[in-house]
Design a protein around this ligand. Structure first.
Ligand code: ATP
Ligand code: MG
Length: 511
């Protein structure tokens, strides 16, 4: 926007409130209903088809509307038609003919977040859940920053939808209220929304504003953290109301919760609406929390926050340059192609970068967190006698027996037909930071997989503490449980990593 225009002037010529910019009306015969997806308080949601496109169709329970309800329905439709944001479920149109009232929105493939969270079979690492929380916060912030402000008023996990990339979109503006910024709203009839997520001031019919969405979001954050139902021990509405509004009862935050997340949840559900953060602040807090959840290494967190605070995926080149700067090592363009530093960079890229995406080679925060658990901790490289994480990675990769990411089946296939005693070392696929030694221990390709666990920077193998994987291979005597000593000559070569160490001096070699 040109700064010479005031906000009011801008609003005037944008004509946001004009009825002319109303929602696209869809004729009933254009919609076909397929399967039922869910039922809520206002209607049934179906997977359907409209103008050849798969859509979600909300068919309202009541169709014999009185004039007031019909107006309310048209208001919802009108509000939805004015909101566009990647984290808000796309409103596509509606039929507002009495008796045929439906709302058509994009079909969000994985359904609602509540169902996903409570499905214990779903793998949802904390990092991913926090990223989902941030998506939801971005959507709600969009509503709160609109002029006039939208208060959603029904923020709950079943109104957060999840797409095929696990990105979250908020839906249902059924209870949204349009208001002028900074003016309080008083509910005209009775408190609406779902009681479990409802702010005390709403439950007590007091004045409320967008900070009541913040309270609801606090409960959602707790649910995202614990994957449990909030206030599940409560049965009676009156007792529940008293517990939340008078005794200020809140769900119990688990003791092992990240401190940054605990603080945010507690601030969001503060009994005093004025003490609750804005969604702008919530998003900034979640930027930090996402990093804390993805990376447990303290210096690793510090590094990511300093360089990529709002990013979860960065181009490999930018990442590697930043890490070289952090380690006070020369960057790609500064070092000799035959140098050890350049080899470090190649090795780092080999374990970290993902080139499978169209956007080119990228480094993902979650992968970086995992790599630090395997090779960390990330040292203060300026301290005397310390090795940088890049040196450590290069040293490990230079050993032919190191295979990195490999599951049990692939390990068995690489050991197939090898002589007794042959072995390889790989990342454990089940335990963060641990390694697995897979070894041929007998005839008929009998293979044993043994865990190398971690204790801070040290490694534990067969109850003995070692300083490194390399030390395990050189010193481990084996023989405890029928397994054989590790003879480095019998390491099964991993040509993918070994290739990095060939032609070090070749100038055509790119990292
Ligand atoms: N656009 C959509 N794409 C995919 N699934 C959807 C979509 N909209 C709704 N659903 C599914 O339909 C279910 C029912 O939605 P509905 O809004 O009617 O009920 P609710 O969210 O459980 O409660 P409430 O009526 O209070 O909002 C949702 O929980 C969700 O799983
Ligand atoms: Mg809903």
């Amino acid at each position: 926007m040109d700064p010479q225009y005031s906000r009011d002037q801008f609003n005037n010529f944008q004509d946001f409130n004009s009825e002319r910019s109303g929602p696209p009306e869809i004729r009933p015969e254009e919609i076909t209903f397929e399967e039922l997806i869910g039922t809520g308080s206002f209607g049934k949601v179906y997977k359907g088809r409209c103008r050849q496109k798969a859509v979600a169709v909300k068919l309202l329970h009541k169709q014999n509307y009185d004039a007031a309800t019909l107006t309310a329905f048209r208001k919802e439709v009108h509000l939805m038609s004015k909101i566009y944001h990647p984290n808000i479920c796309l409103f596509m149109g509606a039929c507002t003919i009495p008796g045929k009232c439906v709302i058509v929105t994009e079909l969000v493939p994985k359904g609602n977040l509540e169902t996903l969270l409570h499905d214990q079979k779903m793998q949802l690492p904390l990092y991913l859940r926090m990223r989902m929380a941030r998506d939801a916060a971005l959507g709600i912030n969009w509503l709160h920053e609109s002029n006039p402000v939208f208060v959603h008023r029904d923020i709950k996990s079943s109104n957060l939808l999840v797409d095929e990339n696990m990105r979250v979109k908020i839906c249902d503006f059924g209870l949204s209220a349009l208001k002028q910024k900074h003016k309080m709203l008083k509910d005209q009839s009775s408190a609406k929304g779902t009681p479990l997520y409802m702010a005390p001031e709403v439950m007590m019919f007091k004045e409320f504003n967008e900070s009541s969405d913040v309270y609801s979001f606090g409960i959602v954050l707790w649910e995202i953290l614990t994957r449990k139902e909030p206030f599940s021990h409560h049965r009676e509405l009156e007792k529940f109301r008293e517990a939340v509004c008078v005794k200020h009862e809140r769900p119990i935050i688990p003791a092992d919760c990240l401190e940054s997340l605990r603080k945010l949840i507690e601030k969001c559900w503060d009994k005093d609406p004025q003490h609750r953060p804005s969604f702008k602040d919530i998003i900034s807090s979640l930027d930090h929390i996402i990093i804390d959840a993805a990376i447990s290494d303290l210096r690793g967190r510090e590094f990511w926050k300093k360089n990529f605070i709002t990013e979860q995926e960065v181009p490999s080149e930018a990442f590697i340059d930043a890490l070289c700067n952090w380690a006070k090592a020369p960057t790609r363009n500064q070092c000799d192609k035959a140098s050890l530093e350049y080899l470090n960079i190649k090795c780092l890229k080999a374990v970290l970068a993902d080139s499978s995406k169209n956007e080119g080679s990228i480094v993902n925060i979650e992968k970086f967190g995992k790599i630090l658990e395997f090779f960390g901790p990330m040292n203060e490289t300026t301290a005397p006698g310390t090795t940088s994480i890049m040196d450590t990675i290069r040293e490990v990769l230079s050993h032919k027996w190191f295979h990195g990411d490999l599951d049990t089946t692939e390990a068995a296939s690489r050991l197939n037909g090898q002589p007794i005693g042959s072995f390889l070392i790989r990342f454990s696929s089940t335990n963060a930071g641990c390694f697995t030694i897979s070894q041929v221990v007998g005839d008929n390709n009998s293979i044993k997989h043994q865990r190398v666990s971690r204790q801070g920077p040290k490694f534990i193998y067969q109850n003995i503490l070692y300083n490194s994987l390399i030390e395990i291979v050189s010193k481990s005597a084996g023989g405890n449980n029928g397994d054989l000593p590790l003879n480095s000559n019998l390491g099964v070569p991993n040509y993918k990593f070994l290739a990095l160490f060939c032609n070090v001096s070749s100038s055509s070699d790119t990292y």
